[in-house]
Ligand binder design. Structure first.
Ligand code: ZN
Length: 149
């Protein structure tokens, strides 16, 4: 058996009915990532206002794990500052790789992906959208830091 049945249920629900799915116009962060091992392909859209994530959407195709992880991510990072989102993303990714433990209260519905470290081939699926998020935030901040000409 793959993951806990309850957790599978949460994953399937997000997969069948992903939250915040679709393109976002006027997003300042647009970041794609691809997982060649599974064929997952996702694009992340983030609209930032006063350093805070105002709106976040994603689109693309992929397995249930990659889609569910992206769907849950949009719920949890909305309203966070860029720093908070980047910190959470780093923490969540190290949890996926079994390097760090996060408390269930911090994880929200992402708790469903807690056992994924036992399935190394699926870790990249779950991490994909978070990799895009971290890289997108980094690029955006670098861009903001440049003197305006
Ligand atoms: Zn996948």
């Amino acid at each position: 058996m793959l993951l806990d049945e309850l957790y599978q249920d949460i994953i399937i629900k997000h997969y069948k009915n992903p939250h915040n799915f679709g393109k976002l116009e006027n997003a300042q962060i647009v970041e794609r990532d691809y997982n060649p091992f599974c064929g997952d392909e996702l694009t992340l859209y983030v609209r930032v206002e006063n350093n805070r994530i105002e709106e976040v959407r994603f689109e693309g195709k992929g397995c249930s794990i990659s889609q569910a992880s992206a769907s849950m991510m949009t719920d949890i990072i909305k309203g966070k500052t860029l720093e908070e989102a980047a910190r959470f993303s780093a923490g969540f990714r190290s949890m996926l790789y079994g390097e760090k433990k996060l408390r269930d209260e911090e994880l929200g519905s992402l708790v469903a992906l807690k056992g994924i470290e036992q399935f190394p081939v699926r870790v990249k699926c779950a991490a994909l959208i978070w990799i895009a998020l971290s890289r997108g935030i980094e690029k955006y901040k670098k861009e903001q830091g440049k003197p305006k000409s």
